[in-house]
Write a new protein. Structure first.
Length: 275
């Protein structure tokens, strides 16, 4: 019986499984997704950096929800189950880090800012074979990616998720309609808990008070709306802010840029990627 031919690692692939066991500290995959599609819950043996050149995503794990607008990426440690939802058409560029490289980053999921340099490095590595040459340009790109990841700023875009069923019901309703203007007592009447109980649960399970958690949800929703071209006035109104300026002030406090600056940065990055 003839011997089976040796397995050949593809030059490029859109199958994440092809990137998990290659003898490289970091590999990069490019894949396109249509709006509304989802990966479903899954995990990888390698650590993963989930990043979109264009489009916005939302990632869910047992610990919470992370919105990923332009210039932001989510670091997912090895073995962490997660699911990705595409909020529009997405051009995803994913890094997979072997255990030795992943150990240099956080042991928990976190949102990282993708600098222009890191973005270009990721794009460059996705153009190389999966088993790129370790010597020369490809190896240098990979090494510099690991350096930039270690220096990347952490962005507070995490929406923690509760375990208590009453609080889950409240949080799910808020996520579905972030602009609702309701008090903790109002929610308590709906789920059979006192307002005081819900206040305690927000702090003990989520580490945030009610208003802080709602703000995180509204910010996440606003980022998705901005990426779809909605006006700042409409976003502010539908999310329950008194005025566009009040919404813009919250946005700047959290992300360090006004909505207009954020949109300009995203447009600049998209233009650079198309060049």
């Amino acid at each position: 019986m003839p011997a089976s031919p040796p397995s050949i690692t593809p030059w490029r692939s859109i199958d994440a499984g092809d990137y998990q066991d290659v003898p490289r500290s970091v590999t990069a995959m490019a894949k396109e997704f249509s709006g509304g599609s989802t990966t479903g819950p899954h995990s990888h043996t390698r650590g993963q950096l989930i990043y979109a050149v264009t489009g916005s995503m939302r990632v869910r794990t047992a610990q919470g929800v992370w919105p990923l607008p332009a210039r932001r990426a989510l670091w997912v440690p090895p073995g962490v189950e997660h699911a990705v939802v595409m909020l529009g058409d997405v051009s995803m560029r994913t890094l997979y880090l072997a255990a030795d490289a992943a150990s240099q980053l956080s042991g928990e999921c976190c949102v990282l800012e993708v600098s222009n340099l890191l973005r270009e490095l990721i794009l460059s590595l996705t153009a190389e074979p999966i088993e790129y040459a370790l010597e020369g340009r490809s190896g240098q790109i990979a090494a510099l990616i690991l350096t930039e990841l270690a220096l990347a700023a952490h962005i507070p875009l995490h929406i923690p998720w509760p375990q208590d069923r009453r609080l889950q019901a409240v949080c799910l309703a808020i996520v579905k309609q972030p602009g609702l203007r309701r008090t903790v007592d109002d929610w308590g009447h709906e789920v059979g808990a006192s307002g005081r109980t819900l206040i305690r649960l927000f702090q003990s399970e989520l580490g945030l008070n009610y208003h802080e958690w709602v703000q995180q949800v509204r910010l996440a929703d606003a980022l998705g709306r901005l990426s779809m071209g909605q006006s700042i006035a409409r976003i502010a109104s539908e999310l329950g802010y008194r005025s566009p300026s009040a919404f813009a002030a919250m946005f700047r406090r959290t992300l360090g840029a006004s909505p207009h600056q954020y949109l300009n940065q995203a447009a600049s990055n998209a233009t650079a990627g198309a060049a």
